[in-house]
Design a protein around this ligand. Structure first.
Ligand code: HEM
Length: 204
């Protein structure tokens, strides 16, 4: 028998965002500790973090596109932030890592929406990270394009995403699958970051 995480049990399985937040809180905290905003300005560390996102995003985007109907693809492709990482690597002269990432296929559309929650939500944290990186002389044109992302449009894009999420995750079953997938997505990124930074953060 598979038990839901305690945080998920406490959450209202009819309210997508609070449920996703509750299910993933510990996972977010773990990533936050791993990336350690205070040390992100250290160049080798920052380069490793960018390389992880550069490896992760193509595999992750392919899995999302494969799980969602073609009618959704233009909307998803308009939100991609892959080209921002590529620009940062180029501007800072960081090598593209030759190690591809394999992201497991999403079993359901609900799982894809849960995973999308993680990466769309990360654009919000990106705005905070951007302010931290600015203190180290890194701006959108000088190596911090990925975390800056869509900049001033981020809030509006997040609101639009949330509305979509609420329409897509209407049943408790869909929401439960989305929460599990969101946790898996956080864990995949955490494992890649741990490996790249050679550090361990306490499991969520
Ligand atoms: C140094 C690393 C990070 C910091 C300091 C950070 C910080 C934050 C902050 C302050 C917010 C709330 C923003 C707001 O409400 O306006 C947020 C939201 C979020 N972040 Fe992060 N973040 C970090 C890394 C990440 C990463 C790597 C991911 C996933 C790839 C992520 C996923 C999310 C998600 C999903 C939300 C939305 C939560 C919600 O409102 O439901 N964050 N982050």
């Amino acid at each position: 028998m598979k038990f839901a995480e305690p945080a998920l049990l406490e959450a209202d399985l009819h309210a997508p965002l609070p449920a996703l937040r509750a299910a993933t809180r510990g996972h977010h905290d773990r990533l936050d500790r791993l990336m350690d905003l205070r040390r992100l300005g250290e160049r080798t560390r920052y380069a490793s973090v960018l390389q992880v996102f550069d490896r992760f995003l193509p595999a992750w985007e392919s899995a999302i596109l494969a799980a969602l109907p073609a009618v959704r693809h233009p909307w998803l492709q308009a939100r991609t932030r892959r080209h921002f990482v590529a620009r940062d690597l180029q501007v800072l002269g960081i090598a593209v890592s030759p190690r591809p990432v394999h992201f497991a296929p999403m079993a359901t559309e609900a799982a894809a929406w849960g995973s999308l929650y993680v990466m769309e939500g990360s654009a919000l944290g990106g705005q905070v990270i951007t302010r931290g990186l600015a203190a180290h002389g890194l701006g959108p044109e000088t190596g911090a394009a990925y975390f800056h992302g869509w900049g001033e449009s981020t809030g509006a894009m997040w609101r639009e995403f949330r509305e979509q999420l609420e329409r897509e995750l209407e049943t408790p079953d869909a929401l439960s699958r989305a929460c599990a997938s969101a946790c898996t997505t956080f864990d995949c990124l955490a494992a890649l970051l741990e490996d790249a930074l050679h550090e361990r953060a306490a499991a969520a």
